[in-house]
Design a protein around this ligand. Structure first.
Ligand code: ATP
Ligand code: MG
Length: 438
């Protein structure tokens, strides 16, 4: 080996493009959001479900639809080297939830309300609000056909935004009707688009006969005029579909939730029918949809279950957290109540036992940990105690320990007050260390 190489370090590794670390400075905000989600889901009687991150590719091809952005170009699919299975990192969670519900026969005793939270994977161009690993919180109800649960889900999302201090959203709704209504609209839409075929872009031409509805959802501004003039699905809805839509609107109105009908809202996934909706904000640039969902009454059947109606939504956690941050909402990271100063390594067995007792009593304690070159002076350790944010320093000096005591010193009230406490009676004074704001 040459001298040059002797000190060479291995090349640094980095995270995969579009996939982010969530570091401690940020994770407090994530935990805060998750705590709100968990509490709110309990209030609405939704139960948590956790499905695998990897599924058979076929689940998404069948569940999401072949002529969709996700299945056409966004999935992380691979072949299992050991057994040749075709697998995919989940790009969304609804298909997995439906698979799990069918596979475990969850609907045997009636409808279910479920929620999930976790990472999803899509190979998109990374940009603000658009990542390759991103996170969703989602709510799904299965087995309920009426507009009451559509409304409940929307009220739930609105309540979550209220709790998170996000006010700057609007709700867009639409109805995609039922398959027969869509079929008639589709015939008319294709005829209309064929009349403008020269003006369509390549993607639209490709979708013209496969999934023409998605052309209405185009992000290409050059197609806006054509899209504006296209036959509107809502004009093809029959009485039952309209009654469902009206039922939803009436409940939203009664609850003071403002909505607008966006007839071009068709959603990116194939499986929707009747109600679709999006919560949109203008404060995030191009990636303004923070929560999106709709009814998918045919998906359970399509994935091989006994047909059951269903409706749900998914919320983009990164986008919502960006709004939270922008609104200036502060979410405090947990800070220890006390910092243990341990100048002498011999004291460690007693110290760790005492700290365990304090933690059992609910006190957050950080221990000063030593390095190879010793434990650091009193002064260094006090400096670390200060940096930790703790209210108290626990000084385990050899004099104190000899008396069976620890010195508790106030770090933040300006008093510098200190008191000796008995090691034998931790339970008797532990509560005095806990900060009231928990
Ligand atoms: P878009 O039109 O922005 O691509 P979509 O219709 O593909 O969205 P959905 O599949 O409905 O998105 O996912 C629900 C929500 O998840 C979106 O409204 C958004 O908030 C979030 N989301 C979707 N894709 C991403 C991504 N790549 N990065 C971050 N968040 C995302
Ligand atoms: Mg997308």
């Amino acid at each position: 080996m040459s001298n040059d190489n002797k000190n060479a370090r291995p090349e640094k590794l980095s995270a995969v493009k579009g996939m982010n670390d969530i570091l401690p400075a940020e994770s407090a905000r994530w935990e805060w959001l998750e705590a709100h989600v968990r509490a709110l889901m309990a209030l609405y009687a939704y139960r948590n479900i956790r499905t695998p991150i990897v599924e058979h590719t076929q689940l998404f091809v069948r569940g999401i639809g072949e002529v969709t952005d996700i299945v056409e170009k966004e999935m992380y699919s691979f072949e299992d080297r050991l057994n040749g299975e075709h697998l995919t990192l989940r790009p969304e969670n609804t298909a997995s939830v439906v698979r799990a519900v069918i596979e475990n026969n969850l609907l045997y005793d009636g409808g279910k309300r479920l929620w999930y939270a976790g990472p999803q994977f899509r190979h998109e161009r990374p940009q603000r609000g658009r990542y390759r690993q991103f996170h969703q919180v989602g709510a799904e109800t299965l087995g309920f056909a009426g507009p009451d649960v559509d409304a409940e889900l929307i009220l739930l999302a609105a309540a979550l935004f209220r709790r998170l201090g996000i006010a700057d959203w609007r709700l867009e709704i639409n109805s995609l009707g039922q398959p027969a209504e869509r079929a008639e609209h589709r015939r008319r839409l294709i005829a209309y688009l064929e009349g403008h075929v020269d003006a369509l872009d390549e993607e639209a031409r490709r979708r013209l006969h496969g999934n023409p509805l998605r052309i209405l959802d185009t992000k290409n501004p050059a197609l806006q005029a054509i899209v504006e003039g296209a036959p509107r699905l809502i004009d093809f809805l029959g009485a039952e579909s309209l009654a469902h839509f009206d039922g939803l609107k009436a409940i939203l109105d009664a609850n003071g939730i403002a909505w607008t009908v966006n007839p071009r809202l068709v959603r990116g996934l194939d499986y929707y029918n009747l109600t679709v909706f999006e919560f949109v904000t203008d404060r995030l640039g191009a990636q303004g949809t923070i929560c999106a969902g709709g009814r998918y009454d045919y998906l359970v059947g399509q994935i091989g279950g006994r047909p059951a109606p269903a409706v749900g939504w998914a919320l983009g956690v990164e986008r919502v957290l960006e709004l939270v941050q922008e609104s200036g909402t502060t979410t405090a990271a947990p800070v220890p109540d006390a910092y243990a100063i341990v100048p002498d390594a011999q004291a460690l067995p007693v110290v760790l036992r005492t700290l365990q007792k304090l933690r059992d009593a609910g006190v957050r304690v950080q221990m000063h940990a030593g390095g190879a070159d010793g434990r650091g002076s009193f002064k260094t350790q006090f400096k670390k105690a200060d940096q930790s944010g703790a209210q108290y320093a626990l000084v385990f000096g050899s004099d104190e320990l000899a008396r069976g005591e620890v010195t508790v010193k106030a770090l933040r009230d300006g008093s510098g007050a200190q008191e000796a406490r008995q090691l034998a009676d931790v339970a008797g004074w532990a509560a005095t260390l806990q900060s009231p704001a928990r």
